[in-house]
Design a binder for this molecule. Structure first.
Ligand SMILES: NC(=O)CC[C@H](N)C(=O)O
Length: 415
């Protein structure tokens, strides 16, 4: 059935040009053309962060996705080049309720809509984003299109057909489209303690920044790098290879990243300390032999509660993922892919829905989290993970988690 939702309340006062957001199930939301005019297609997702629209727009993990902000008033602080999380805007389209008519911040260099228009990002304003979010929450993530200008004047059936012809997120490989074309070195701040090879699957700038702040020189490498290229990065403590390897966040379906998974297996076999974030966590899961699956509507926002099972502390986290690792929560598992990799446990769990939010190997120096400890934008509760990586590169061996695991087993038995 086709439903139409008209915007309510005060519509965007600034664009008389119509635009329409069409979902693959036929639902449509009318609004106003905002940013670039034309057609854009992608997976429709929502993010609940009240702040951080610029960091969201420049997070390469959003490639292939049309993002709706649940925060109603967007653009208030304009655009500040210094806050970019990467070299471009990567979202496929942008859906907002009520854009600020002009920025109000001494740091702003440009209004948000100007940046969107300049970079060809098709947007729509005046949409009831709460109704859209409830719809996606009930029906799941789905493909969508924003149409404005002459493209939006065609019959709705033609627009729905166009949306349905767009590629689905499941099975989509996007890391190669967003990765750095050339290696980039981010120098260590202060004493140069370690050098890390960071595989750029869609990395955000704040990650090398937080590593560099801990005395780590970061070599950001293209996604298609080989094990030899990773090992050619000389470490401080290990001159025949980097002190550690990092795999970043990134867009697309982790099930497509076979080459990066094979690369990571090589890293693990050689015992090089490893840290992964988001896509990097999904790839550690896959390297160990677990599957990944699509969440109904994903976790996107900056207030998601996660339990760190090592300390028992709950942290408020920034998240942006539509897929997750399928690993058992209450058991220590020997890597299903290859028993010689040793044991692994789920180190972090999402308290909203018990989704796996972190993995830690117990016999090798490797761990990863599904959420964003670099948190730009977001809370800073999880920065300790960068210190754990430093500790791992210092000891070069897995930490002892036997007490935590014994507690977990006892809790499991008493249920
Ligand atoms: N931020 C990320 O790295 C996202 C990973 C993956 N593309 C997902 O949606 O789950």
């Amino acid at each position: 059935m086709t439903a139409t939702t008209e915007p309510t309340g005060s519509p965007d006062r600034f664009s008389p040009e119509p635009a329409v957001l069409v979902l693959e199930d036929g639902t449509r939301y009318r609004g106003h053309a905002w940013g670039a005019r034309g057609t854009t297609l992608g997976e429709m997702v929502f993010t609940t962060g009240m702040t951080g629209y610029q960091e969201t727009l420049t997070d390469p993990s959003f490639a292939g996705q049309i993002v709706a902000m649940t925060a109603p008033h967007v653009g208030n602080t304009g655009w500040t080049g210094q806050d970019d999380e990467s070299r471009d805007v990567f979202v496929e389209g942008f859906v907002v309720r009520d854009p600020a008519p002009r920025p109000s911040s001494w740091r702003s260099e440009q209004p948000l809509e100007g940046v969107l228009a300049e970079r060809g990002v098709v947007g729509i304003s005046g949409v009831d984003t709460r109704a859209l979010t409830r719809h996606l929450r009930d029906r799941g993530a789905m493909r969508a299109g924003i149409f404005s200008g002459p493209a939006g004047e065609r019959p709705v059936t033609a627009l729905v057909d166009e949306v349905r012809a767009a590629p689905a997120m499941v099975g989509r490989e996007l890391a190669s489209a967003v990765t750095t074309p050339e290696p980039v070195v981010v120098p260590a701040q202060g004493e140069h303690r370690f050098t890390v090879a960071a595989l750029d699957l869609g990395i955000k700038s704040n990650t090398p920044r937080l590593l560099a702040a801990r005395g780590i020189e970061v070599h950001v490498l293209p996604a298609e790098s080989t094990l030899e290229e990773l090992r050619a990065v000389p470490g401080v403590t290990t001159p025949d290879g980097p002190d550690g390897v990092f795999f970043s966040n990134g867009p697309g379906d982790p099930a497509t990243a076979d080459e990066a998974v094979a690369l990571l297996r090589g890293v693990l076999e050689q015992g090089i300390p490893f840290f992964g974030i988001c896509f990097g966590n999904q790839l550690l899961g896959r390297a160990l032999g677990f599957g990944t699956y699509k969440l109904d509507f994903g976790h996107r926002g900056i207030n998601q509660p996660v339990m760190d099972r090592t300390t028992g502390k709950v942290e408020i986290t920034a998240q942006n993922h539509g897929f997750a690792v399928d690993a058992p929560l209450d058991a220590v598992v020997t890597a299903p892919h290859d028993a010689s990799l040793g044991r692994v446990w789920v180190s972090h769990v999402c308290l909203n829905d018990q989704v796996v939010e972190g993995l830690e190997m117990l016999d090798r120096p490797a761990f990863s989290v599904q959420y964003h400890p670099e948190a730009a934008a977001g809370p800073h509760d999880s920065e300790y993970l960068f210190d754990r990586f430093v500790e791992l590169m210092t000891t070069r061996s897995a930490a002892d988690r036997s007490a935590q695991i014994a507690a977990l087993t006892t809790a499991g038995e008493s249920r």
